[in-house]
Ligand binder design. Structure first.
Ligand code: SAM
Length: 230
């Protein structure tokens, strides 16, 4: 049984896609996507030896070696230009996801949809999308095994379209802010508590660096409080 997190990612793959799943680890995602009729072919990319071998084994075990090509390499380097039309990158930090997209921009020309699942730092991914003319078209937030995850879906288009208050929505997610489900409320209540704790700890801060840090937390806290109290 595939995790709810990865099932959510798969649910956004357009039917009939040719997929690249980067950082595929056990290749659970492309195997599931093929067996459930989402994709006709896939590349499972892995940079590390162990996960690369796990991916190969899993694909063989499922009897899918003809349709899922497991390749070893860094990010989108494993993909040839125009080879895929959908890319998934899940289970990494937002900075790593953005770096992979940035380094592999040239491989995205035929790609119609990106489905990205940053474990942390979703705002870094939203910013990359914005700066690279990818329009965020949907988002999900979910909780599984005590962890909160965000899934971002993007297509080429007007990258500013989903945003009405750019700064705060890059952080919170424009679709997630509109929906404001329980998981979203929980995530930001926890974040705000953390920021208030840090601000309290830095109350008597004297060094310029600490004061600057405190000021940043205060500003972010006020921005988020204001957006959520509207
Ligand atoms: N995508 C799977 C998931 O969401 O369950 C696996 C997530 S796992 C935590 C992250 C995987 O990404 C690891 O197997 C790691 O080796 C791989 N990885 C990290 N950086 C990578 C890169 N630059 N290119 C390809 N794979 C990478």
């Amino acid at each position: 049984q595939l995790s709810k997190r990865l099932q959510t990612v798969v649910s956004f793959i357009p039917k009939g896609s040719v997929l690249a799943d980067i950082g595929s680890d056990h290749a659970y995602l492309p195997c599931y996507a093929y067996l459930h009729g989402y994709i006709t072919k896939a590349i499972a990319g892995e940079v590390a030896d162990g996960p690369f071998r796990s991916a190969k084994q899993q694909v063989e075990k499922c009897g899918l070696s003809r349709v899922i090509s497991v390749r070893k390499g860094d990010g989108l380097q494993v993909v040839a230009p125009n080879e895929v039309n959908c890319v998934t990158i899940a289970g990494m930090g937002g900075t790593l996801i953005s770096n992979i997209l940035e380094a592999g921009k040239g491989k995205l020309t035929a790609v119609k949809r990106l489905i990205l699942q940053p474990n942390v730092g979703a705002h870094i991914v939203r910013r990359w999308l914005l700066e690279n003319e990818w329009e965020l078209i949907d988002e999900r937030i979910l909780e599984e095994d005590g962890q909160i995850y965000e899934v971002l879906v993007a297509e080429r288009g007007n990258p500013y379209r989903p945003y009405t208050q750019l700064h705060v929505e890059l952080l919170l997610g424009p679709f997630l802010l509109k929906e404001r489900n329980d998981v979203f409320e929980k995530k930001w209540a926890l974040e705000m508590k953390h920021w208030r704790d840090v601000i309290e700890q830095l109350k008597h801060a004297k060094t310029e660096e600490a004061m600057k840090k405190k000021q940043q937390f205060v500003e972010t806290l006020h921005m988020v409080e204001e957006a959520l109290n509207r």
